[in-house]
Design a protein around this ligand. Structure first.
Ligand SMILES: [Fe+2]
Ligand SMILES: [Fe+2]
Length: 182
């Protein structure tokens, strides 16, 4: 039995998917003028930047994907390259969403559609992205990466954990649970 190197990432996907579900629920209501809790979007941006990007994507980009490349997967024109491009595309949508929310808070009218479009584009991209990682890339990594490298990978994940503040995941779990009850 090999040391597992992907279950922790699959678990993180579950929390990210809960935020995606919230975006899918709230964005159409914002476009229709029925949901104006802008703080939800700012909290969503904060969660995506710090948890999905800095915490989860750092483990992928700096540790797991690097290990895949070190085990023969090309860096260009490969599944890893596609995943990295999607991370970047996601950052663009999140910035678009944040900018439109801040413009709204500054009093600019009619930005609701831009908020909703970016939120839904992010949600669709990430839902598809996560499915590809869970179903294809992670199982591939479990087959490809030799046991001798696995302790090092877990140590690499630990580094991302150490850089996060105490109660980091718990705090975001609570935040998402609060919005789920809205
Ligand atoms: Fe990813
Ligand atoms: Fe991921």
């Amino acid at each position: 039995m090999k040391t597992d190197i992907t279950q922790a990432l699959v678990d993180e996907h579950r929390l990210i998917l809960r935020m995606i579900t919230l975006l899918e629920r709230n964005a159409p209501r914002t476009a229709a003028g029925d949901y104006t809790n802008w703080q939800f979007y700012l909290d969503g941006v904060d969660f995506i930047r710090n948890y999905a990007d800095r915490f989860h994507h750092a483990k992928e980009e700096d540790v797991l994907f690097t290990a895949l490349v070190n085990n023969g997967m090309p860096r260009e024109n490969s599944p890893v390259a596609a995943m990295l491009m999607e991370h970047d595309q996601g950052r663009t949508y999140v910035l678009g969403m944040e900018t439109a929310v801040r413009e709204t808070l500054d009093g600019l009218p009619g930005r609701e559609n831009v908020i909703a479009e970016n939120a839904l584009a992010y949600a669709a991209l990430l839902r598809d992205h996560i499915a590809k990682e869970d179903d294809i890339l992670y199982p591939l990594a479990e087959r490809l990466i030799p046991e001798t490298m696995r302790e090092g990978i877990l140590k690499g994940y630990g580094l991302a954990e150490v850089q996060a503040t105490t109660g980091f995941s718990e705090q975001y779990r609570n935040l998402i649970a609060t919005y789920e009850q809205e």
